[in-house]
Design a protein around this ligand. Structure first.
Ligand code: ADP
Ligand code: MG
Length: 288
């Protein structure tokens, strides 16, 4: 059964004014429990608007959002509980750190969930560990941390609510390669350890190829395509038309194929590229 699903989800900003913008137009997505989903698409395609509907932050202009088969807007209690069950981490979440210590920032979410002090403490420490924030950093001011550390503290603030669905809007943007790797490892780990669903908005086709079990492509307020990485990336020409470029390593293999080398074009990560070249070298007796 689907874990989270939308049915003809449509959303208009500034409805009833001359500035109205339809940011989502009959969007249907269907996500199973435990998937690691990437939402990709060019800027302005509707990605952030879509994920803000999944935890009830925005209310559909029409259509429905279902969590475990139930409309999240069916009652006040339902939408409130959805906000705890579906955790959303905004883009550049470090700008929303505001407490005097890292500990308090991570504890903010669970503090609103009616948990005991002991439970809150356990969750804060567990979440900090998840994101690689050591205990001695918990008493510091968030403003004394590096950019990458702040980002991880902000993510811990959502993870500490232990959401069944963890959503992150462009969690690696603005980070250096090492910082990006750390974040991607946290997401994969959260899914592996909890079996929960993770949804990541990303514009890096390279990153997505390495982690996603399912890809949803947004284009001009609609779902353009969805499926596994292989299914979606296959049509590289179409992806470029809608402003998305396949990973550089994929381009290299497409060119090699055109040049007559017997290689697969379905190479989406550097690791896959390495294996494919090694296979070719070995076939030709070039590996001694
Ligand atoms: N608060 C807002 N008010 C009015 N229009 C908005 C607002 N937020 C986003 N939009 C518009 O909605 C469309 C989709 O935006 P968004 O969901 O942010 O896309 P993405 O995350 O893919 O860049 C864009 O045309 C954007 O300009
Ligand atoms: Mg966005």
């Amino acid at each position: 059964m689907s874990h989270i699903k939308t049915e003809n989800l449509t959303y208009t900003y500034s409805a009833g004014t001359p500035f109205k913008i339809t940011a989502l137009d009959n969007v249907n997505i269907d996500i199973e429990k435990g998937e690691l989903v990437a939402v990709i698409g060019h800027t302005g395609s509707g990605k952030s608007t879509l994920v803000q509907h999944l935890n009830g932050l925005l209310k559909p202009s029409s259509g429905r959002v279902l969590l475990d088969g139930e409309d999240i807007w069916s009652s006040k209690e339902k939408v409130r509980s959805t906000r705890f069950r579906v955790g959303l981490c905004f883009q550049y979440p470090e700008y929303q750190l505001f407490e005097s210590t890292v500990y308090k920032d991570i504890a903010f979410g669970p503090s609103n969930m009616g948990l005991s002090e002991a439970e809150i403490d356990e969750r804060v420490r567990r979440a900090a560990k998840y994101v690689g924030i050591p205990d001695e950093m918990l008493g510091k001011s968030p403003f004394d941390l590096s950019g990458g550390e702040k980002r991880r503290v902000a993510i811990a603030g959502v993870i500490s609510m232990e959401p069944e669905v963890l959503i992150l809007d462009e969690p690696t943007s603005g980070l250096d390669p090492a910082g990006r790797e750390q974040i991607l490892a946290i997401l994969k780990n959260y899914r592996k350890m909890t079996g929960n669903t993770v949804i990541v908005v990303s514009h890096s086709m390279d990153d997505v190829a390495r982690f996603a079990t399912k890809v949803i492509v947004m284009n001009d307020s609609r779902v353009e395509d969805s499926g596994t990485v292989d299914e979606v990336y296959e049509n590289s020409a179409h992806l470029s038309e809608i402003g998305l470029s396949v990973p550089q390593v994929t381009e290299v293999f497409i060119k090699l194929k055109k040049l007559g080398y017997p290689v697969s074009e379905k190479i989406y990560t550097v690791e896959q590229g390495y294996s494919e070249l090694m296979r070719l070298f070995s076939e030709r007796g070039l590996l001694k």
